[in-house]
Write a protein that binds this ligand. Structure first.
Ligand code: HEM
Length: 399
């Protein structure tokens, strides 16, 4: 019998904030692919198996094009038309359009370039820890630590001037949180677009030492540069911020793992990979079949939408031993938390640097760091948010 997941689960199991919803784990138990009837009636597929998810991500017969994304897993929008992604917004493009924008950026996000940033990330992290220490316990780790660090890093990389950061950050947050009203989100989105248009013009007139200024050298138009900046911002800020906050929550709930990381700085690299796998905050992506494709013994017909549950794939028992265990010493790498294939996360080395610096710095600065509320009271983002995480994380420590 073919398994069907009738609706996208709206919540996680109480007491299990780090695990994918139980309906998705159960679906994996039935096989790597399930039928998924979208709320608007479209008959799609849901992939929860690691190997199958990875192969879809690597397969050019599956598209990321925005204009093909006509079905929403949670909402019935009826019969809609979706315009293609605006110039520069390459996350939702296929080749060859995608490469035009990704190529000039690749060299700016290499391991070597990102390692050079380490010292600056250490400084930014230390400043925020100093401020937390000075203010004294308790603190909300999201506002004091997890959000500002990646926000400052991405602003510096793009060349957003210091005096604009506060307002800019607020607007970016409000269009990414998934919790503001549609109207407010749209207003914030338009404001960010307007700001980025001005920023691109300013960089073209007076290039400074940053990624955006560098890009004004090539044949990309201002409109294209604006779109690229928007993608970098929206992909690079909320994801890392949620990894830092949810990752801290997960460490505090696994004291033996936390102690191991504190005791052994050499564990940081592996710990970051394991937290990425275990938490998979960028949890769900979609692709559309461009032709009939055989998929795990089924056929995804041309035009069919396929949902990839990356967080469930990263808990696949056929790929990872004891998949639901957070084990910072785990050796079986190769998680899909940064995706795979042509859209694999461009900023992954940057995200790694930020996490490798921030987690150890935090837990070493505050050896008695702990939750300031019972774990069940930590407010989680709803499953409707694109990126999973905590809304706030009240923490305290012995001053
Ligand atoms: C822990 C933090 C992060 C996670 C979990 C994450 C996750 C992902 C995933 C899963 C994708 C693939 C999307 C798809 O296949 O459709 C992606 C793409 C992308 N990410 Fe990240 N990301 C993180 C941090 C960053 C940072 C810091 C930056 C930037 C500066 C960034 C920039 C991008 C861009 C530009 C893409 C689109 C790449 C393309 O379409 O070619 N990400 N990310």
């Amino acid at each position: 019998m073919e398994h069907t997941v009738p609706t996208m689960p709206a919540a996680r199991r109480p007491g299990c904030p780090f695990d994918p919803p139980k309906e998705l784990i159960e679906a994996r138990g039935h096989g790597p692919i399930s039928r998924f009837p979208f709320p608007d009636g479209h008959e799609g597929w849901l992939v929860t198996g690691y190997d199958l998810a990875r192969s879809v991500l690597a397969d050019p017969r599956f598209s990321s094009r925005k204009e093909l994304m006509l079905h929403h897993p949670l909402i019935d929008y009826g019969d809609i038309e979706v315009p293609p992604a605006p110039p520069g917004e390459f996350l939702l493009m296929d080749e060859p359009r995608h490469s035009r924008y990704r190529k000039p950026l690749v060299g700016k996000f290499t391991v070597r370039r990102m390692r050079l940033l380490t010292e600056r990330v250490e400084q930014i992290t230390a400043e925020h820890l100093d401020a937390m220490e000075k203010a004294g316990p308790p603190a909300d780790l999201v506002t004091a630590f997890a959000k500002p660090i990646p926000a400052i890093v991405i602003c510096e990389l793009l060349g957003v001037p210091y005096e604009d950061r506060g307002l800019f950050q607020e607007q970016v947050e409000s269009f990414l949180s998934g919790e503001t009203s549609d109207e407010d989100m749209m207003a914030a989105y338009i404001a960010v677009q307007g700001y980025l248009a001005e920023l691109v013009a300013a960089k073209r007139a007076n290039p400074t030492d940053d990624v955006l200024s560098d890009l004004t050298d090539g044949d990309l138009t201002d409109e294209e540069l604006k779109g690229m900046a928007l993608i970098l911002l929206s992909a690079g800020f909320d994801t890392t911020a949620n990894m830092l906050a949810l990752g801290t929550f997960a460490l505090l709930r696994n004291p033996a793992q936390l102690a191991a990381l504190r005791a052994d700085p050499a564990l940081a690299d592996r710990a970051v990979e394991e937290l990425l796998r275990y938490l998979s905050v960028a949890k769900t992506f979609m692709r559309v079949a461009l032709e009939d494709v055989e998929l795990g013994g089924r056929t995804a017909k041309a035009g069919t939408t396929v949902i990839l549950s990356l967080n469930t794939a990263n808990r696949d028992p056929e790929r990872f031993a004891d998949p639901h265990l957070l084990d910072l010493r785990r050796q079986d790498g190769g998680h899909l938390a940064f995706g795979h294939g042509i859209h694999q996360c461009l900023g992954q080395q940057l995200a790694r640097v930020e996490m490798r610096v921030a987690f150890p710095a935090l837990i070493n600065r505050f050896p008695t760091l702990r939750l300031a509320v019972p774990a069940e009271e930590v407010a989680l983002r709803p499953e409707t948010a694109d990126i999973y995480g905590v809304k706030s994380l009240p923490v305290t420590w012995d001053a």
